[in-house]
Write a protein that binds this ligand. Structure first.
Ligand code: HEC
Length: 128
């Protein structure tokens, strides 16, 4: 995906306010040569439930400002928003969540790996 100049400007401003010096896009991330053992059923669903859906679920009592279009309740919703999710929460991208309950680095690295490997849904689907 090519980012328009306005997107780059917006992201630069965003990361600047968050105190980051750089960010990585999903397109630039690489899947390990051996592939990934991570899938939505064993990893993704629990990751979003634990770290994101307090604010991002359609059923969240208090969204605390999370945009209504950014709901991570299902695999399809996550897949449709994967580039934005990567940019905000995967690997060294740490601008989400905004609160103190950050995922550990290990969980962010797993998110990056899972998305970079095509976000397999179940262990069956991760077979080439
Ligand atoms: C404490 C509440 C809260 C939690 C938890 C939270 N978010 Fe957010 N999210 C927000 C708010 C508020 C915004 C809108 C402001 C902004 O974009 O910074 C937002 C916006 C977003 C956006 C849309 C903005 C964009 O860059 O396109 C994405 C994607 C996102 N969050 C991903 C996540 C992910 C992934 C997690 C879990 C790792 C997460 N959020 C956890 C509150 C939260």
């Amino acid at each position: 995906m090519k980012l328009g100049a306005w997107t780059v400007a917006a992201l630069t401003a965003l990361t600047a306010t968050a105190g980051c010096v750089s960010w990585m896009e999903l397109d630039d991330a690489s899947c390990p040569p051996e592939g990934t053992a991570l899938d939505y059923e064993s990893f993704g669903a629990a990751f979003f439930a634990t770290y994101c859906n307090n604010c991002h679920s359609a059923k969240a009592d208090e969204r605390r400002g999370a945009p209504v279009a950014y709901v991570f309740d299902s695999y399809e919703q996550v897949l449709a928003l994967e580039e934005r999710i990567f940019l905000r929460a995967a690997g060294d991208n740490v601008t989400m969540p905004p609160g103190p309950d950050d995922p550990p680095e290990d969980a962010r690295d797993k998110l990056a790996e899972w998305l970079a490997c095509g976000a397999p849904r179940s262990s069956d689907a991760s077979e080439p």
